[in-house]
Ligand binder design. Structure first.
Ligand code: PMP
Length: 385
């Protein structure tokens, strides 16, 4: 069979979909795919319902409704002091589409793009689909720090961009100023674009500071940021996201967006614009997720697992090897879902050429009852090995 694109023939079903399907098949608690079962502001749901029945249900402008582009610009001015206008913003169908159109707009065949791993699994195929070659720069467990020398060494003559994800999925790390400055200096020295995937920017627990990449000296002009209302409001199925960049770069990405989805549902955009305009829901949302993080950390510790405490996101990493479990991540994940009744994410699919196979990712953005059921199943799973 050689009629279909070989890229997709070679790619498996995404690990998130695979594990969610397995959870449904085995009636298991799903601590795999990253979606919360609490935490959204009800007012935004009511606003969306009003917009569906009374607002616009027809094609909106391709770059996004003016109210949302303005609100995104204002939101980042208010939170980070960034000097933005609606011309910096392109609304997309989730950050996933933002990343896809950025790759299409940025990468020409033969270009190289640096990806720090472990990484959100969409980056690699998106770079390849645009004709580019992903270059893996590993972050080593348990600290997952950016190593400047390793980064520098990975930059070749065809390198166009670095994809940075901060706060970081799957580890929940926030990169510190020294690490981010290393990325900035390498980007400046080699004239690279930095695609800064900051979808987790508000899912923070207050222990460490999040530094938006565009805040670093001279970086605003070479940064393309991705944001996601799905993450900010704990409504992952909404798929409303955006990219923020210098207006010239944003306009080129907007051309790729016209021929990808063209536009994003206007009623959901309007509801997101309302929600993003005020900030009083952020602290209670963070408190809720901090407490579920702590509950999971305690439960894992009691069950004998070694988990790495995250400073943000919905996720934490468990080091199976450090927990005394010799099985590789895929074996552990398969037996956990099939025999113990809990779905987890094996982390080896988050690498490119050189996977580490001793870690899993857990989603803790769940109600106490879900967490407790998942933890009980993980305790059972630990006894298999
Ligand atoms: N980037 C990262 C790092 C993510 O974790 C996710 C979702 N898991 C996305 C992008 C996609 O965001 P969206 O749902 O808005 O498409």
């Amino acid at each position: 069979m050689n009629r279909m694109n070989r890229l997709y023939e070679a790619i498996d079903v995404s690990v998130f979909e695979r594990m969610s399907q397995a959870a449904a098949r085995h009636d298991a608690v799903n601590l795999g795919q990253g979606f919360p079962d609490f935490g959204w502001p009800d007012a935004i749901l009511e606003e969306a319902a009003r917009e569906v029945t009374g607002g616009s249900n027809q094609y909106p402008p391709s770059r996004g409704i003016p109210a949302l582009r303005q609100t995104v610009a204002d939101h980042y001015r208010r939170h980070y002091g960034h000097d933005l206008t609606p011309d910096h913003v392109v609304v997309t169908s989730g950050a996933t589409e933002a990343l896809a159109v950025i790759a299409q707009a940025l990468v020409s065949p033969g270009d190289e793009v640096i990806i720090f791993t472990p990484a959100f699994d969409a980056y690699e195929p998106m770079v390849r689909r645009a004709g580019g070659t992903p270059v893996e720069v590993k972050l080593d467990a348990p600290d997952f720090r950016i190593d400047r020398a390793r980064l520098e060494q990975a930059v070749g003559p065809r390198c166009r961009a670095i994809i940075l994800n901060n706060p970081h999925n799957p580890t929940g790390r926030l990169f510190d100023r020294e690490e981010l400055m290393a990325v900035a200096e390498v980007a400046e020295a080699h004239d690279l674009i930095v695609v800064s995937d900051e979808v987790w920017e508000h899912i923070l627990f207050g222990e460490e500071d999040f530094i938006p990449f565009a805040s670093l000296p001279d970086m605003a002009a070479r940064t393309i940021k991705c944001g996601s209302a799905g993450k900010i409001f704990s409504l992952t199925g909404w798929k409303v996201g955006w990219l923020v960049a210098d207006p010239d770069l944003a306009s080129i990405a907007a051309r790729a967006h016209q021929f990808t989805t063209f536009a994003t549902p206007p009623n959901l955009q309007a509801a997101v614009a309302k929600g993003l305009g005020q900030d009083d829901w952020i602290a209670p949302m963070q408190d809720g997720f901090r407490s579920s993080r702590d509950r999971m950390l305690r439960g894992l510790e009691q069950a004998g697992y070694r988990a790495i405490s995250p400073a943000g996101t919905y996720f934490m990493t468990v080091d199976l090897a450090a927990s005394g479990i010799a099985a590789d991540d895929e074996t552990f994940a398969r037996r956990a879902v099939e025999e113990a009744g809990v779905a987890v994410i094996p982390m080896s699919p988050f690498y490119i050429d050189d996977p580490d196979r001793h870690m899993i990712r857990l989603c803790f953005a769940k109600r106490d009852a879900t967490l407790d059921a998942g933890l009980a199943a993980l305790e059972r799973a630990a006894r298999f090995f």
